[in-house]
Design a protein around this ligand. Sequence first.
Ligand SMILES: [Zn+2]
Length: 234
Amino acid sequence: MKFQQLKQEVCQANRSLAEAGLVVLTWGNVSGVDRQAGVMAIKPSGISYDQLQPKDIVVLSLETSKVIDGNFRASSDTPTHLLLYQKLPSVGGIIHTHSTYATCWAQAQRQIPCLGTTHADHFHGPVPLTRQLKPEEIASDYEHNTAKVIIEYLSAEEANPEQVPAVLVPQHGPFVWGNSPVAALENAIALEEIARMALYAVLLNPQAQQLPQALLDKHFNRKHGSNAYYGQED
Ligand SMILES: [Zn+2]
């Protein structure tokens, strides 16, 4: 099988998305990229997660967006994934879901404030909200333009995609990434959990304060970057 490893990784991450409870019906997709081969691989549209096999995964050229391997039509969100890979060279895996708690924040049109160290272990600050798409951006090339507003946000804020591995598109839902499909999956699971914690924290205390900068930096940096010391050495 061509692109065997990439297809296996992407298939497994999609199946895990369902097993982790992040998707209802087929409301979510995982993709992965092989930069050397110049391709991305993504879930086929409308196929249920428990029936998904590596051979079903669709492979497209990063440069031309043409399908180069696979028998099914690619996820309808493919143009979003494609533009994100083109613009964010450090990203190796991307996930889009409508996971309940993260989507609640998106629908409330609020960023997810960083209220605790669980959040800071994964996200270096609030999980931001992009701008809303304009009517003409919705009318044509909607999925491509969804990535465009995400890139626009990251560029305007000079945000490092490693420090901001997720954003919310207002009244839509979360887009999450990582340096591999598995890393993106971990971030998507963490996002849903911290979205749930933040909701209850804000309900319990609407004046709950953002995490102090020193604690935010401490927790993020001990798991990420060159001075990370959490977990076991490779
Ligand atoms: Zn969506």
